[in-house]
Design a protein around this ligand. Structure first.
Ligand SMILES: *Cc1c(COP(=O)(O)O)cnc(C)c1O
Length: 369
């Protein structure tokens, strides 16, 4: 699904020099590259504060810890997402409350927010899924009206933008109180292991995130809250500084591949190609089709037999998973999420796809239905 070896091959000289410098300095924790990367990323996404941490999952957890949410507080999110989004809410003793997704964009249907509001609702957690943004302007208006925090899960959407009605553009993760991203190797900006970051506008909140990520410690050996040990390795920061320089070019390569897939498949009755809503750009973390009445499993097997990997993100929505049964939801509660789980299929999507590879994939896809 990704070609990290091919990408490393192209970046090898720059990357090796950057890594050697960290090894030479031997400053493996909180080295200068970490701070430099935080500053460079803050300026890239357009937010005052970036705080790096150990993973996207930790970023989400740190966000809710820093906001001071209390057990029993409700956080509204979607069941059609990667598990971390919901897992951290549950781990902190908060209550995940779901709304369904929009079946065209795969992202939170913000028109449903009103229907789940209770006196315990404290935050909304939109997920910019597959590289497409949630319709943030109405979501932010709703949150403002009801005094709710907004934490964005931008793990799949670094560099994607929302266009507001006044024409201003805002990057994923910079519109809410806190935005979270992941540097897992296959993400659009991936390191060579685990890593994550929080984007924060408010200085006091940014300070609280830093304290929480460092054992709740502000002064040495004085602990003001229960925290985590969550940091980005200096080696990973060195990798990310190199890759950040190439992120625009990576995004263009993904968009080019998506355009080629779409122009080959959009008129085919068996496929529904990805939608880009007028309020969002798309950075194609995934290129995800909806299959129209054709059996998915056999298609995947036939493609695998000719060397084409495909994947299902996500085969079962979270409200139907054993771990989240206790929330009391049942089949039928979120029809769009449940239907997508049945019919989505993601094609290979990465920065190294050639035109020939895309043609080969498309030809085989069409032949096998
Ligand atoms: C990858 C991902 C995460 C978690 O990131 P990790 O770095 O793997 O912990 C959270 N949410 C979404 C939507 C993701 O895709």
């Amino acid at each position: 699904m990704v070609d990290l070896q091919g990408q490393y091959g192209r970046l090898r000289e720059e990357m090796d020099a950057s890594l050697r410098e960290v090894m030479r300095s031997a400053r493996f924790v909180r080295g200068p590259e970490v701070h430099a990367f935080e500053e460079e990323l803050a300026s890239y996404v357009g937010t005052p504060h970036v705080i790096t941490c150990a993973s996207g999952t930790d970023a989400l957890q740190l966000a809710f810890m820093a906001l001071g949410l209390q057990p029993g507080d409700e956080v509204v999110t979607v069941p059609f997402t990667f598990v971390s989004t919901v897992e951290v809410i549950a781990l902190l003793g908060l209550t995940p409350v779901f709304v369904d997704v929009n079946p065209d964009t795969f992202c939170m249907d913000v028109t449903q927010l009103e229907s789940v509001l209770t006196p315990r609702t404290r935050a909304v957690l939109p997920v910019h899924l597959f590289g497409h943004c949630v319709d943030m302007e109405p979501l932010l208006a709703f949150a403002r009206k009801h005094g709710l925090f907004v934490v964005e899960d931008a793990c799949q959407a670094i560099g994607a933008e929302v266009v507001f009605a006044d024409g201003t553009r805002h990057q994923a993760g910079t519109m809410g109180d806190i935005g979270c991203t992941s540097f897992f190797p296959s993400k659009n900006l991936g390191c060579y292991g685990d890593g994550g970051a929080l984007f924060v506008r408010d200085e006091a909140l940014a300070d609280m995130v830093r304290v929480m990520a460092n054992h709740g410690m502000r002064e040495r050996y004085r602990y003001e809250s229960v925290g985590l040990n969550s940091r980005l390795d200096t080696l990973q920061a060195a990798v990310l500084r190199v890759k950040l320089h190439h992120l625009d070019e990576f995004t263009s390569a993904r968009r080019r591949a998506a355009t080629e897939y779409t122009s080959a498949l959009e008129h085919h009755p068996a496929f529904v190609t990805p939608v880009i809503a007028p309020y969002s750009s798309h950075v194609f973390h995934q290129y995800t089709l909806k299959l129209n009445g054709i059996p998915r499993q056999s298609l995947m097997e036939e493609l695998a037999a000719v060397g084409i990997p495909t994947a299902v993100y996500y085969p079962q929505p979270l409200h139907l998973q054993k771990a989240y049964e206790y929330l009391g939801y049942k089949a039928g509660d979120f029809p769009a999420s449940e239907n997508l789980a049945q019919c989505v299929l993601s094609l290979p999507m990465h920065t190294e796809l050639s035109r020939e590879q895309i043609q080969y994939i498309v030809q085989n896809l069409v032949q096998n239905i």
